[in-house]
Design a protein around this ligand. Structure first.
Ligand code: ATP
Ligand code: MG
Length: 257
């Protein structure tokens, strides 16, 4: 079971779009996949066709040990993957966890019971380096970092890389950066192309070869509660996420060679 956190403390950079589409694309390849929504905004939940307003249990209950993953997960009605859903309740979890022991390990502990159930577990992190994100990073084997190729993108990246290093050193020796994924890419923008080249220079093969273009069909899909890769499979954005799933599966395979 590969557990990957999709993280970037910057808001609106394409984390949820990546998490939802990757989950649906992996599932379409026959991979048993769980998508964990670790953001009180509940966007990955809604984007998977699960109504965040009518949850009897959510990841909040799992983090507070009020429920197990087995009784909280639900099947996405749109894609062939499971969802551990979230809603606003999760915003309270941070405060309620303050007095708990090993509070950053709550998600990791809950996942141990489910080791045999999935090939891939994807964790959609909130736009912060909070206790929720820390739970994601402690539970994960690797981090996938979606980023836009903008001027300020590199600046934010060093904070995230430092956090990942600290978590690796102190809390989770398994954690590594799987790769940086360029998203919302506009090939006509000189700046995008320059930043993209800088990323390759700096991070080498930690930069995924797949580039996700800016594509309106990907942005429309969530309002229908359907992942972009299923909403319009032939759109450029969907094709990119399908290719990304292939690239990730191939990359994971090389670890065992
Ligand atoms: P937050 O930090 O709030 O959780 P996020 O990092 O999860 O945000 P998304 O919600 O995935 O980011 O994307 C932000 C917005 O950009 C959304 O409206 C989404 O539909 C849109 N978007 C994401 N990727 C693309 C793309 N490749 N092309 C066009 N629009 C996109
Ligand atoms: Mg999000």
């Amino acid at each position: 079971m590969h557990i990957f956190a999709i993280a970037n403390q910057k808001g609106g950079v394409g984390k949820t779009t990546t998490a939802v589409n990757l989950a649906a694309a992996l599932a379409a390849q026959g991979q048993r996949t769980l998508l964990i929504d670790l953001d009180p905004q509940g966007n990955a939940t809604m984007g998977s066709g699960v109504d965040k307003r009518s949850l009897s249990r959510s990841v909040y209950h799992v983090l507070l040990e009020l429920a197990a993953i087995g009784e909280t997960r639900t099947r996405s009605p749109s894609g062939a993957y499971d969802v551990l859903p979230a809603n606003r309740d999760l915003a309270g979890a941070e405060v309620e966890m303050v007095d708990l022991e090993r509070r950053e390990m709550r998600l990791k502990s809950a996942l141990i019971e489910r080791v045999g159930d999935y090939d891939f577990v994807l964790i959609d992190c909130p736009p912060s380096l909070s206790m929720l994100t820390l739970n994601g990073l402690c539970a994960a084997h690797g981090v996938i970092i979606p980023m836009q190729c903008e001027y300020y993108a590199l600046e934010g990246l060093s904070d995230l890389v430092n956090t990942i290093k600290k978590v690796h050193a102190n809390l989770n020796r398994d954690l590594k950066i799987i790769g940086l994924l360029r998203v919302m890419f506009d090939p006509r923008s000189t700046l995008s192309t320059q930043v993209s080249a800088q990323l390759e220079d700096h991070f080498g093969d930690k930069v995924f070869r797949t580039i996700v273009p800016r594509n309106v069909r990907l942005a429309e899909a969530p309002s229908h509660g359907v992942p972009g890769v299923l909403y319009d499979k032939n759109a450029k954005g969907a094709q990119a996420y399908l290719a990304f799933a292939d690239e990730l599966i191939a990359r994971v395979k090389t670890w065992y060679e």
